[in-house]
Design a protein. Structure first.
Length: 422
């Protein structure tokens, strides 16, 4: 591949910026559609983020039906309709199998490579791209994209320009920037007239200003229910596992809740139901029984039967009681408070951990300005977007990679068709 001046002849049909999940898929599909494809990746290797997905095992997709899939996408699911229908989870798994990386389905329909190695996913794409004739250039950071007549001039940070008939921006979001996702694509989009919706971290821990969660740091609660309400509206209500940390709360339920949190954290009341299987009446009956049987003991001793022992003294204090309070001195009103707190312990969320720590970026290139049928910009013909750079994000479970693969495949095929027709 050569780089040169703006006047240089067109070097390729489709130029893909970013060698992550979306970019590699786009490059492969464009090449299979007959286009001459160049992929530029600023890192020294492809798929740095893929290496850390699924704790190194890469949860590549989710074997759920389409309705379930769209339920896992809190923002702009309709925009993904065409992309995900045209490139389903089965297309992802058959493609990986064809490229020598067979997959397996685990709990919750999560799909992983059978080798349990995320690196095999990247290797499969690298092999596929090589066989398809994609020209992959590493250590190639793009600094600007400009429409130049009926083509694009793509400038390198190190100097030099490459001209292409169409360009696919697959530069990811801004989370885990050490993987190369530093938000360059948002700038490219803006320079080409696009708007970028506000960027926030999603799938990330939530901070709590109060000190008590820190005392429970490392403690995980299983089979609890987390509920979040904004006024009368329930914005989240799920059962599962959560974790107390040095900053507040995390774990699967909280990570998922983070993708539903609005800008104004103060407007949301988040509560923890520690006994979701019991009604308030059943809880009170249980407390009455325990209190009768243990009337000479201290409150924390009885609470230990209802929660992990580390939590009992903290919980007593949250109920306004000393952990040493003798049971026979607890009033009916105090017992009712304990019951109410077991069913709805308030978690006063005041923010999220930094976006850099988020699993996915919320916000991105405004999907109203991108054609969902092709991933092409509605403002600049020949310019395409794919993956996390778009304002779409989903829950954990393989859905974010499926979004990258589906939008990447659609962008690749469409960009090839556009370039070959023009
Ligand atoms: C810790 C962690 C675990 C995760 N686990 C899962 C999981 O198991 N399953 C799942 O579905 N999702 C998971 N995700 C989310 C998923 O990894 C991402 O949503 C997905 O990888 C996004 O793919 P992408 O191709 O759009 O962007 P990226 O993977 O971010 O790729 C963008 C690429 O573009 C390159 N680039 C950026 N700017 C330039 C430039 N100027 N010039 C050239 N190249 C550039 C970057 O170096 C990078 O390689 C996880 C995320 C994290 C952080």
């Amino acid at each position: 591949m050569s780089t040169g001046s703006m006047s240089e002849k067109i070097a390729c049909d489709v130029l893909v910026i970013g060698g992550g999940a979306a970019g590699m898929m786009a490059a492969l599909q464009a090449a299979w559609a007959g286009a001459r494809v160049v992929l530029l990746e600023k890192n020294e290797k492809l798929g740095k983020k893929i290496y850390i997905t699924g704790k190194g095992r890469c949860n590549v997709t989710n074997a759920c039906d389409l309705e379930d899939f769209f339920r896992q996408v809190p923002r702009n699911p309709k925009f993904l309709n065409a992309a995900v229908r045209q490139f389903t989870y089965e297309d992802v798994t058959s493609l990986l199998e064809m490229l020598g990386t067979p997959t397996m389905v685990e709990r919750g329909n999560r799909v992983f490579p059978q080798s349990e190695k995320a690196s095999d996913v990247t290797r499969a794409f690298a092999r596929g791209m090589k066989d398809a004739g994609v020209d992959v250039e590493l250590n190639a950071e793009v600094s600007h994209i400009m429409k130049d007549g009926d083509a694009f001039a793509v400038q390198f940070a190190r100097g030099g320009v490459l001209r292409a008939r169409s360009v696919i921006v697959a530069t990811g979001g801004v989370s885990y920037p050490s993987t190369g996702s530093t938000g360059d694509g948002f700038r490219f989009a803006q320079e080409n007239g696009h708007t970028v919706t506000p960027l926030k971290g999603s799938l990330v821990g939530l901070t709590i200003g109060e000190k008590w969660p820190q005392l429970l740091q490392g403690l995980s609660l299983k089979n609890v229910r987390v509920q979040a309400r904004m006024g009368k509206k329930t914005i989240y209500n799920e059962q599962g596992e959560m974790l107390f940390t040095h900053f507040g709360v995390s774990g699967p339920l909280i990570i998922e809740l983070s993708s539903h949190m609005p800008e104004d954290y103060g407007a949301v009341s988040v509560t923890l139901d520690m006994k979701p299987a019991l009604t308030p009446e059943q809880i009170d009956a249980r407390l009455q029984r325990e209190f009768t049987e243990n009337s000479r003991r201290q409150l924390s001793t009885v609470l230990v039967g209802l929660m992990p022992s580390r939590m009992a003294p903290v919980f007593a204090q949250l109920c306004g009681l000393s952990p040493e309070t003798p049971i026979n001195q607890i009033t009916r009103e105090q017992r009712m408070t304990i019951g109410a707190m077991l069913k709805g312990l308030p978690l006063r969320v005041d923010g999220t951990r930094p976006i850099e720590e988020a699993i996915v970026t919320r916000g991105g290139v405004n999907v109203l300005e991108v054609a969902s049928s092709s991933m092409m910009s509605k403002l600049v013909p020949g310019l395409y977007f794919a993956g996390e750079v778009l304002d779409v994000d989903a829950h954990t479970g393989g859905f974010n990679l499926q979004i990258a693969f589906s939008t990447g495949a659609l962008a690749g095929r469409s960009a090839a068709a556009y370039a070959l027709e023009s």
